[in-house]
Design a protein around this ligand. Structure first.
Ligand SMILES: C[C@H](N)C(=O)N[C@@H](Cc1c[nH]cn1)C(=O)O
Length: 498
């Protein structure tokens, strides 16, 4: 073919694509009420993976996801990933993992979209303004547990594929889905499933896409790193049962006093982790990173207002971003066995279990963190010379993840964002954890991109979690556009990067 012929063919192709994009986005706009209704149905299922009483709902949630994908003509499987052992030794069936496939064209790239449909706990009495399981639209914000983390983003990907199908347009790439129901408790059973299916379901996957995080500000973003998480239980057990604090107080060495004492040695008031070895393992902040953080638009006053605090741990942008994304931190989440109901019960709890976690960054390693924390807490406890018993267990050990931002996946993301939002993408990291991200990278050796559509103020894990209609609908358009951009990546140019 001569040059003019090639050019005119390119022109035809690009015109058709531009036309398709417009048709696709019009389709999305005209179906937005239907998308909100589906989100309402999904939010109504209390798929809390941390509450064993809700396991039935979680199983139902996975069935609903599978059925949705089946009705779209996908090749769908509900993969049995076995059982979970509870702290009391009992076992419980894990929710099945949904896998689905759309398209098998060997000449196209194959992307695998990972997401989760389990949620964090939520109760109206926690301080929600609306029922957490009844999606409520207030001024274009869709409030409900799991709306942003991660039900709407999963649905947005499904709607993106559905739009191509409804308009009888060929998908520009083959699309696979892996949707799980245990992300919020550390993705139990998923590592083994990925390993088992490495040479089957995952064998033709070129790239992994994850949309389980949020923007930093009002600007759309691409995420290139997540922190890991080591989650611990520290149990202190003393008397054989709870005791009257007036009758026995002053004579008994109280488990709660021991527990608070050792918890207080984990981190200083200024945020310095006191466990020996943790800070030393952290990769130093490079000049390049410092510059990247310096260039990011981030309004500290806005951030303070959003979370309702008058003072932060650091007062400059680079320190704040670095401590949010790429330094470890300790959080004490709660104490099981402690009296926390309203009222004034006067009791000495017999056994208390603290729950705390350490967000991890490169070059920390969960196995090392487990040893450092366990040894340290036992040594601090020993100094108290208490007759009580301390037991430390690490229940989640998720590694951090970091991507190569020079990979063509990121260039494709920038182009798609520019097209949909007419803005340049923020290049950000995520302080939270996607436990399975490192497994995709290490076990499958595949490149990953994270494309968030959650808003900066969605309140994931918090009261009044929401997803804005704008992010849900424009996010769906972003995914449509992104699939098209990925199809333009030259297969040969990335084989060495994968
Ligand atoms: C970032 C993601 N949306 C998320 O919130 N992930 C959870 C995962 C987790 C960590 N430990 C246990 N589960 C999180 O970061 O808390």
């Amino acid at each position: 073919m001569n040059l003019p012929a090639v050019l005119s063919l390119l022109l035809v192709v690009s015109t058709v694509q531009a036309f398709q994009y417009t048709e696709l986005t019009q389709f999305i706009d005209s179906h937005q009420e239907e998308y909100v209704e589906t989100l309402r149905d999904w939010v109504a299922i209390e798929s809390d993976s941390s509450n064993v009483m809700r396991r039935k709902d979680l199983h139902r949630m996975m069935d609903v996801v599978a059925q949705k994908l089946r009705l779209m003509g996908g090749t769908v499987e509900l993969v049995d990933i076995g059982e979970q052992e509870l702290p009391d030794g009992q076992t419980l069936l894990l929710p099945k993992v949904v896998t689905a496939q759309f398209g098998t064209d060997v000449n196209k790239h194959t992307v695998c979209v990972y997401g989760h449909v389990d949620v964090q706990p939520a109760k109206l009495e926690d301080g929600w303004a609306t029922d957490p399981y009844n999606l409520t639209d207030i001024n274009g914000h869709l409030y409900g547990r799991g709306a942003s983390d991660n039900k709407a983003p999963v649905l947005a990907w499904i709607h993106a594929v559905g739009a191509y199908q409804a308009l009888n347009m060929e998908l520009p790439v083959n699309v696979k889905f892996v949707i799980e129901g245990m992300e919020e408790t550390g993705s139990n059973g998923l590592d083994a499933m990925i390993l088992a299916q490495r040479d089957t379901f995952f064998s033709d996957v070129d790239y992994i896409i994850i949309s389980d995080c949020g923007w930093l500000s009002r600007r759309p973003a691409l995420t290139y790193g997540t922190r890991g998480n080591c989650y611990f239980f520290a149990e202190v057990a003393g008397p054989k049962q709870d005791l009257h604090s007036g009758v026995y107080g002053g004579t008994v060495i109280e488990p709660m006093t021991d527990l608070i004492g050792i918890l207080d040695t984990l981190i200083s008031p200024s945020g310095k982790i006191l466990i020996p070895g943790i800070r030393e393992a952290v990769a130093p902040l490079s000049d390049e990173e410092w510059k990247m953080y310096q260039d990011i638009q981030f309004d500290i006053e806005d951030y303070k207002n959003k979370i309702g605090v008058s003072q932060l741990m650091y007062s400059n942008k680079v320190d704040l971003l670095a401590h949010r994304w790429r330094y470890p931190t300790v959080t004490i989440h709660g104490i099981e066995g402690a009296f926390s109901d309203p009222g004034t019960k006067t009791v000495i709890p017999a056994k208390v279990t603290a729950k705390f976690s350490i967000r991890q960054v490169p070059d920390m390693d969960p196995a090392m963190v487990k040893k450092q924390v366990t040894d340290y807490l036992h040594s601090v406890f020993a100094k108290r010379k208490s007759p009580n018993k301390l037991k430390v267990t690490m229940v989640i050990g998720a590694k951090p993840w970091l991507a190569d931002t020079q990979h063509p996946l990121y260039e494709a993301g920038k182009i798609a964002i520019k097209r949909v939002f007419d803005m340049d993408a923020d290049m950000i990291r995520e302080g939270g954890t996607i436990p399975i991200a490192r497994t995709f990278q290490d076990v499958l050796g595949k490149s990953i991109i994270m494309i968030p559509i959650g808003g900066f103020d969605d309140g994931m894990h918090s009261q009044n979690e929401k997803m804005s209609r704008y992010n849900y609908i424009e996010g769906t358009k972003l995914f449509i556009s992104y699939l098209n951009e990925v199809s333009q990546i030259q297969k040969t140019s990335v084989s060495s990067l994968n």
